[in-house]
Design a protein around this ligand. Structure first.
Ligand code: NCD
Ligand code: ZN
Length: 348
């Protein structure tokens, strides 16, 4: 096997990103825009981005926050609620700026209290999305308090995914941030309208990284890190060249004090080094040549968008991540804070 030291690939996109709003948005947006041409922007603001009108306004705030030397296209999403109407789906598609509808089970994660209480309440919206080809993006975890936190993704597949796909056979579905072998297998066995995103942190870490040597609040995210066998299964599918699996960082910034707290927020910040972290993961199994498809082609193909034409370069080069980054008068502790990453990105 020849060692690759410089990897040149088509500019990637991030198919799952939290950009927040206001000063927080200004702080994090350049990190993503430096690397990615486009990103699917999550709608879990307060209040949630639940209508096309709100998505149009949020998109304008993102573009206004973008430094003038960077190009970046935010791909907007709507937040699905029990009350989302078929008409809203038609408006969303007609707008041309909404590229997916996000399902959060009510109460599953950060700002999800207006999420869906029962998918059966969303029949008309889902049928319209199926008809118009607008993808459903799922945070696929049950919120049932009797289900162990580590089993919530697997149980969601059994209780909801199987029927969803049967009831809406042509619906484009993105199983977001998969974390288990069960989810990887489910997507592998499903038809081609079912795809998945995978984060860099779930490719690089297992649940020991949350607990060994003391509790690590900055490694707490949802869905939670799983056992090593699951990480290995994710790494296998991500690096297999299968177009159903593509990049979604789920970079989710939270101020330091809200994570280092008695009841800490879920979410890891990875946008500062997203492509470098993915490069490390792919390199760890000698599959760097599969990174371009995963990061730059398959997501665009699934969403029916043109592939990017720009290029970026990744250099095998150790560098040290800042111990902390500024965040709206506060700070964020980025993944690998104060530690090294083995790859460095350069735009061309
Ligand atoms: C996300 C956030 O903070 O918005 N947190 C996370 O742990 N991934 C919400 C989410 O996508 O679940
Ligand atoms: Zn997310």
């Amino acid at each position: 096997m020849t060692t690759i030291n410089i990897l040149t690939i088509t500019q990637p996109d991030d198919w799952h990103l939290h950009l927040r709003d206001g000063e927080a948005l200004k702080a994090v947006l350049p990190d993503s825009a430096r690397q990615f041409a486009r990103a699917i922007v999550m709608p879990n603001l307060r209040p949630p981005v639940s209508s096309t009108a709100l998505a149009v306004a949020y998109r304008q705030r993102i573009l206004a926050a973008l430094p003038s030397d960077l190009n970046f296209e935010p791909l907007m999403t709507l937040y699905l609620t029990d009350n989302t109407r078929a008409e809203e789906i038609r408006t969303a598609v007609a707008s041309g700026i909404v590229h997916g509808v996000k399902f959060y089970p009510a109460g599953a994660t950060t700002n999800s209290d207006s999420g869906v209480t029962d998918l059966a309440r969303c029949k008309l919206a889902l049928a319209e999305m199926e008809r118009l080809g607008l993808p459903l993006l799922l945070h696929a975890e049950v919120t049932d308090k009797h289900v162990d936190v580590f089993d919530r993704e697997r149980v969601f597949i059994e209780r909801h995914m199987v029927t969803l796909i049967k009831d809406y056979p042509a619906l484009k579905v993105v199983f977001e941030h998969i974390t288990t072998k069960d989810a990887a297998d489910f997507v592998l066995q499903s038809p081609s309208n079912v795809a998945a995103t995978i984060t860099a942190h779930h490719l690089l870490m297992n649940r020991n990284d949350m607990f060994v040597g003391g509790i690590k609040p900055h490694h707490y995210c949802l869905p939670i890190l799983k056992r090593e066998e699951h990480r290995q299964a994710l790494l296998r599918v991500a690096t297999s060249g299968n177009a159903k699996f593509f990049l979604g960082t789920d970079s989710a910034p939270h101020a330091k004090h809200t994570k280092e707290a008695a009841c800490g927020c879920a979410g890891m910040y990875t946008a500062h080094a997203a492509m470098e972290l993915y490069a490390e993961a792919f390199d760890s199994v000698g599959e760097l040549d599969k990174l371009e498809g995963f990061a730059s082609f398959y997501g665009a193909d699934f969403y029916g968008l043109p592939r990017n034409t720009g290029r970026i370069q990744l250099h095998r080069q150790n560098w040290t991540v800042s111990a902390s980054l500024p965040f709206a008068g506060d700070s964020i502790i980025p993944l690998r804070a104060g530690q090294t990453i083995a790859w460095k990105m350069q735009s061309l």
